[in-house]
Design a protein around this ligand. Sequence first.
Ligand SMILES: C[S@@+](CC[C@H](N)C(=O)[O-])C[C@H]1O[C@@H](n2cnc3c(N)ncnc32)[C@H](O)[C@@H]1O
Length: 196
Amino acid sequence: MTTRLPDDFYDRIKPRLHRRIGREVRLARRVLDLGCGSCDLVRYLAETYGQQVTGVDVASGSFPRRRRTADGGRFRCLRRDAAGMRFAEDGAFDAAVSMWALHEMDDPAAALREVRRVLRAGGELFVMDFPRGSLAQRLWNEDYYRPAALKQLIRRAGFQQVQLRVIERGHVMWARGYRPASTKSMKQKEPESCHG
Ligand SMILES: C[S@@+](CC[C@H](N)C(=O)[O-])C[C@H]1O[C@@H](n2cnc3c(N)ncnc32)[C@H](O)[C@@H]1O
């Protein structure tokens, strides 16, 4: 039986997912959001946990004009491709998050390798995206990953202890992985060529 879900399903679950991410990264001081869109998650983390949060997105049209939290803290929204974050030094962030954006990136493998570079050793990455065949596919018909392919993509970018769960009644993938302490011995992996 097909479950009928409202078209605004994703807007409805967004606050819940923000809280979920927040609980995971609350101890990080410097957080990066890849494909931040309108910076809602960036603002939420900065406001709730007082973190230094930087959002990057190739399009700046949805960035808020005012980049301050209610209590006067600041957050950053930068127009950048996640695959080339030259503004950030190696190890500049303690945690990185990406919500519903990886499938849109031209070179997601390069973006993930770049995240590995800008994360400190032991820093954690959280990725949320829509699985292939989910409601999102019916609504927007984009090229979504299968869970196994997303997991492999994150692993190949050099992350360790990669875990993936499908949550929200099968409509959202939730993946995490750690940047290893040393990447010296790691062979550079070929970029993924497809989402299959
Ligand atoms: C579906 S939106 C999600 C936005 C936001 N994360 C949210 O939860 O509402 C995907 C975003 O990814 C951005 N994006 C696509 N390719 C990107 C890239 N290579 N680097 C950074 N952002 C990218 C798009 O511009 C868009 O804002």
